[in-house]
Write a protein that binds this ligand. Structure first.
Ligand SMILES: [Mn+2]
Length: 436
């Protein structure tokens, strides 16, 4: 990373410092590599909030940000080590932490315990992430004890300890221009991946083979998957978190793909459902059009002025009305909504915040009320219908159909922008793309 690329991270650190106020210090780390089995590691991925503030993607690092100092940003990281770098790749080291990552000063991660005492002493407020990593919680307590033991030598431990995530989550909820640019690109690459899946699917293909087509586009464009992909044919589409992806895709079934790319720590999250043989059956088409109608209306409701839950309420109303019209539910629509009868077929919410994490941080309520949409928020809109294969309350022809349609929506000052618009979703567009 060059210093110029540090600009978005530096401005986030400056904003965090403003929120923290005087005499405050924040400490945030990113974990070590994790073993997958024996001596093979999982691919490392930096902690989202740590990366958000630092742009530093190596394992085993700790950022300390303090107000009222000439050197507000200290980075602790792994030191350079010729032998380790030959085996495991280059490291920035303490010198790179300053020259490439704009740290005001840097120490090795091994020096953390000795250096942190001086940094903490005299600060009134300590912002940390508590309750997620017990070893780290204990380490903080150890530091505080050490300062307390030095009181007669003038040591002053912080008086208040505050959850750092309460500040960072709120900052991360509102995407800056740098983040929006990355999310647009992640969304576009993910859309292309879904297009490829529609173009390559064939009856008797394995679900994992179709998954490979999706992953191919992501990886070819420099992305990872943001989460484990769901590729479910037929009734597997009714299993909300189906990830086995090891069954045969059958002629006449739909396939549901929920897959999104992660580009430079930013996620996309798209679901499309389409016929394995390229043509929707009448029942599939009826349910699909209903889900699409609900999704389009929910997207339209994802605008400033509406609160978080309006798109969900909009989708539930349309789905319930449609289910009554198709004969899958019987009774009065208002009553079916009030007693949540629709949950037999639609049992999840209509969306979630999206950003560095696929289920991104940020509160959904303020003062116990659903919060309003505001410019810079990104949310998924993903209604679905899932008719269980053994549901004897409906005619046999509906059973085993699972449909979800999901797009990523950026709320703007005047409305919204669908980031994932480059993958088709009407029946006509899909059938045309699939060559029918
Ligand atoms: Mn989602």
């Amino acid at each position: 990373m060059t210093l110029a690329r540090q600009q978005p991270f530096a401005s986030r650190r400056a904003r965090l410092l403003q929120h923290m106020g005087d005499d405050a210090i924040a400490i945030i780390g990113t974990r070590a590599e994790m073993y997958r089995n024996r001596d093979a590691d999982y691919r490392f991925r930096a902690d989202s909030s740590f990366y958000y503030l630092t742009g530093f993607a190596e394992p085993e690092a700790m950022a300390v940000i303090q107000s009222g100092s000439e050197q507000p940003y200290t980075l602790f990281c792994r030191e350079r080590n010729r032998e380790m770098e030959i085996w495991n790749g280059l490291r920035a080291g303490t010198e790179g932490a300053v020259s490439q990552y704009a740290a005001d000063q840097a120490f090795t991660i091994e020096q953390l315990d000795e250096q942190i005492i001086a940094l903490l002493s005299g600060k009134k407020r300590l912002y940390v992430r508590l309750g997620q990593d017990e070893a780290f919680d204990l380490r903080i307590i150890g530091w505080l004890k050490k300062i307390a033991a030095n009181q007669r030598q003038g040591g002053q431990a912080p008086i208040e300890i505050i959850q750092l995530d309460s500040l960072l989550d709120e900052m991360r909820l509102f995407k800056d221009v740098h983040e929006i640019d990355l999310m647009r690109r992640a969304a576009h690459i993910s859309a292309q991946a879904h297009v490829r899946a529609m173009q390559t699917v064939k009856p008797n293909m394995m679900e994992y083979a179709l998954e490979a087509e999706v992953l191919y586009v992501m990886q070819k464009n420099g992305c990872q998957t943001a989460y484990n992909s769901i590729v479910g044919g037929g009734a597997n589409g009714c299993i909300l978190h189906y990830v086995e992806n090891n069954q045969t895709l059958k002629d006449g079934d739909l396939v549901l793909i929920d897959a999104g790319a992660e580009l430079d720590h930013y996620a996309a999250d798209i679901t499309r459902t389409f016929p394995v043989n390229g043509t929707f059956s009448p029942e599939q088409k009826a349910l699909y059009k209903l889900v699409l109608k609900a999704q389009l209306a929910a997207i339209e409701a994802t605008i400033p002025g509406n609160h978080y839950r309006v798109p969900h309420e909009t989708a539930v109303k349309i789905l319930t009305t449609g289910l009554v019209e198709l004969g899958l539910l019987q009774g009065d629509v208002e009553e079916l909504i009030a007693n949540e009868a629709y949950r037999q077929f639609y049992m999840h919410g209509t969306g979630h915040w999206l950003g560095m994490d696929v289920h991104d941080v940020g509160s959904y309520k303020l003062n116990n009320e659903w919060r309003p949409y505001q410019a810079g928020m990104v949310v998924t809109v993903e209604p679905g219908l899932y008719i269980a294969p053994d549901d004897e309350t409906v005619e046999a022809r509906w059973r085993g159909i699972g449909i979800r349609i999901e797009d990523d929506v950026l709320v703007t000052g005047s409305g919204n922008e669908v980031l994932t618009k480059d993958v088709p979703k009407t029946v006509e567009e899909i059938e045309k793309l699939m060559g029918k």
